[in-house]
Design a protein around this ligand. Structure first.
Ligand code: PLP
Length: 457
């Protein structure tokens, strides 16, 4: 099969409209994100005219190394050429052993359970917590996101994702993020299996106070609950540390990883954990297959994982994330005093957020109200759309109902990319303060579409 030949001349929008998620087709068309990307290299995407775009979504964080990294391609080609005895199942994969050993050295957690996605890593951590503590309650955070299968949905802190799917797992306790008294109250009965959290909440990029996670871990230990860090998004260097919990010196009992683990090519996930927990799951020989997943230790994912760790080390990507993120945040911080709509900037490493809110002056406030009454969080589209249309930078709104634009660049961006981002962000924010102006013409169109959609539903 020649892939280039196969896809040439196909109408991907028509195919998706007919056979896949037609609502996503509508979204892309409505906001003008229906660019026909035909090629990718590192942090860049290219359209058929050869225009270069800077991708600050990284495929939801998957492409920490950028797209099509030659070291990952070489690792995958090497597996494909090696005629390995792949997925025998009643056998042991050497590549899985090597990846587990290398992840253990980096996380301090000796045992690895491999799987094929973030949500599967979370499901595994929840099962192991229940099994090893003999308790079934789990504490999770408001706004927290851990995946969309039924177990991880039960610890999802956003009604947008939960609504309409019936009863979820019983015994799950939601607490506000960054609220130690609430956590302590939830733990007080000494009947909780685990506290699961993202060290930095992905939907909105909310960063805890410095004492929150260390104290949360201490409280969990005091009350016999396990500490599960979901580092599916924050892990593998994203925040300027290999694991985000390192910022606060926290040592979790389990760490969930996925997304960037395979360099973006092969679905892959892992739970790293203390041996005691693994032993509770696989406690007898006849229980050796009590939990697992058919494709989990496949050689392509394992080789890509090993190569990814090598690239992170060889290209100093953890350090680059820290350096680029700190510089970008400093540049964004200068904008908060200049622009009324911009209320806050925050981030760690290359996980960054620009938070917008109600302006002070009357003229801008009227414009803001028009948008927000049509749809909460709509203002941010007036930042993300011009960023793409005018500056060829791909970004996202950080979550439903939030006026937060999130930047999740590949960890390989350089100083020229950083300047591209800083100049473009400054320009579109400045434009959004011109009322009337072209950005607000767009705003009126978006508000009109939102109201029409609301009426129709
Ligand atoms: C923190 C976190 N956990 C879990 C998941 C679920 O990962 P997946 O989409 O691979 O199932 C995500 C996905 O965005 C995530 O951000």
């Amino acid at each position: 099969m020649d892939v280039a030949e196969l896809i040439a001349g196909q109408d991907r929008f028509a195919l998706h409209e007919r056979h896949l998620n037609h609502q996503m087709v509508r979204v892309l068309r409505t906001i003008g994100f229906d660019v026909d990307y035909v090629r990718a290299e590192g942090p860049y995407l290219f359209d058929p005219q050869g225009n270069r775009y800077l991708d600050l979504l990284s495929g939801w964080g998957v492409f920490a190394l950028g797209r099509n990294h030659p070291a990952i391609i070489a690792a995958l080609e090497s597996v494909l050429r090696s005629n390995l005895a792949h997925l025998v199942q009643m056998d042991l994969s050497t590549l899985a052993g090597i990846l587990a050993q290398r992840l253990a050295a980096r996380t301090g957690l000796e045992k690895a359970f491999f799987c094929s996605s973030g949500t599967e890593a979370v499901e595994t951590a929840l099962k192991i917590a229940r099994r090893s503590t003999n308790r079934s309650k789990v504490i999770y955070c408001e706004r927290g996101f851990h995946g969309l299968t039924l177990g991880s949905l039960s610890v999802n802190g956003d009604e947008y994702f939960r609504d309409g799917f019936g009863d979820l797992l019983p015994g799950m306790i939601r607490v506000p993020f960054n609220d130690l008294p609430a956590l302590e109250r939830a733990l007080a009965g000494n009947d909780v299996a685990a506290f699961i959290f993202e060290p930095i909440i992905g939907h909105g990029v909310f960063i805890p106070d410095d004492d929150y996670l260390p104290e949360a871990a201490r409280l969990c230990r005091k009350h016999g609950a396990l500490v599960i860090a979901d580092e599916v998004q924050t892990g593998l260097g994203r925040t300027g540390r290999f694991l985000a919990v390192e910022h606060w010196g926290v040592e979790p009992d389990m760490v969930c990883l996925a997304k960037a683990l395979s360099g973006g090519f092969i679905p892959s996930g892992a739970v790293m954990m203390r041996p005691k927990l693994f032993n509770a799951l696989f406690d007898r020989m006849e229980r050796a297959a009590v939990h697992g997943s058919t494709f989990s230790k496949n050689d392509l994912a394992m080789a890509a994982g090993i190569a990814t760790l090598d690239v992170i080390d060889n290209e100093h990507l953890v350090e680059n994330a820290e350096r680029m993120g700190t510089a970008l945040l400093a540049e964004f911080a200068t904008l908060v005093d200049r622009f009324e709509f911009l209320h806050a900037v925050r981030g760690k490493g290359l996980m960054l957020a620009l938070e917008f809110g109600r302006p002070k002056s009357l003229k801008l406030r009227t414009a803001w109200k028009l948008l927000e009454s049509a749809n909460e969080g709509l203002f941010c589209q007036m930042i993300t759309i011009p960023l793409l249309k005018k500056h060829r930078i791909l970004t996202q709104v950080a979550g439903s109902g939030l006026n937060v634009v999130k930047l999740l660049p590949p960890l390989i961006i350089n100083d020229a990319d950083r300047k591209w981002i800083a100049d473009s962000v400054t320009d579109v924010i400045a434009d959004s303060h011109q009322v009337p102006g072209s950005v607000w013409d767009l705003g009126k169109t978006l508000a009109g579409s939102a109201l029409k959609a609301r009426k129709a539903s």
